[in-house]
Design a protein around this ligand. Structure first.
Ligand SMILES: CC(C)(COP(=O)(O)OP(=O)(O)OC[C@H]1O[C@@H](n2cnc3c(N)ncnc32)[C@H](O)[C@@H]1OP(=O)(O)O)[C@@H](O)C(=O)NCCC(=O)NCCS
Length: 203
């Protein structure tokens, strides 16, 4: 069954995210902080849906947002001390991913001219009103079963009903399965960095 995500789902959502994105940055924050990260996205501005099995276990999640920086900034503001201590610890352990995030954060927040310029460049390439698909993952057992396709189909219906003309997402170039999946879902590459592809779909 596909339904809207609710606050009581947050721990299961964080666990599924951690299992799915093992070597990424967010799982390094731990389940509690990751739950708080997702909490910031449960509101009417975003499309946050989950797929559950017959026992109501969450086996898939999809989060779409008009502006991912809103939820991310709220998360940082509301959890600053815990997040700061966690990030310092990871930096002391010389976690490369964390260092990259810290550098990126300072580029975007402290040197405020950079994101404006970036946003202008980004918007120039898009002539339609789009939403960003920020997170999509399914449990190991649900891979290849059609759960992710169902989630994307329901998401696309809500995107359309909400008046958007399409949606975008970014994915690591070396995530072969996800790249094959998005191509199968008729998405096309519209931008590229050294490590990521940006996909778009008009609906
Ligand atoms: C990305 C994800 C949601 C896709 O769901 P899925 O159920 O695995 O997707 P599907 O099996 O329907 O489609 C994947 C396709 O890639 C193919 N594939 C599987 N492994 C592959 C690999 N290593 N290289 C290339 N293609 C691969 C599959 O055969 C399938 O194609 P087919 O249906 O034509 O046979 C899921 O794999 C997932 O949760 N991954 C971890 C989280 C993640 O990476 N999310 C996306 C980041 S934005």
């Amino acid at each position: 069954m596909i339904r809207k995500a609710k606050e009581s789902d947050l721990e299961a959502i964080a666990r599924l995210h951690s299992e799915s994105f093992e070597n990424h940055f967010l799982p390094k924050l731990g389940i509690k902080l990751l739950s708080k990260y997702y909490k910031e996205f449960i509101n009417d501005n975003n499309i946050f849906i989950v797929c559950t099995d017959e026992s109501d276990n969450i086996i898939g999640l999809l989060l779409g947002t008009p502006d991912s920086s809103v939820g991310k900034k709220q998360f940082i503001r509301n959890n600053f001390l815990k997040l700061f201590l966690r990030v310092v610890k990871l930096c002391l352990f010389l976690d490369r991913d964390t260092w990259n995030r810290v550098i990126e954060y300072f580029k975007n927040v402290v040197i405020s001219k950079v994101p404006k310029k970036k946003a202008e460049e980004f918007n120039k390439t898009l002539s339609i009103n789009t939403l960003t698909l920020l997170s999509l993952c399914v449990s190991t057992n649900a891979k290849g079963t059609g759960v992710s396709q169902q989630l994307v189909k329901v998401f696309e219906q809500i995107v359309k009903k909400s008046g958007y003309e399409g949606y975008t997402l970014t994915v690591h170039k070396d995530n072969d399965r996800a790249n094959a999946f998005y191509r199968k879902m008729d998405m096309s590459i519209y931008k590229e960095s050294h490590s990521e592809y940006g996909y778009i779909k008009n609906i």
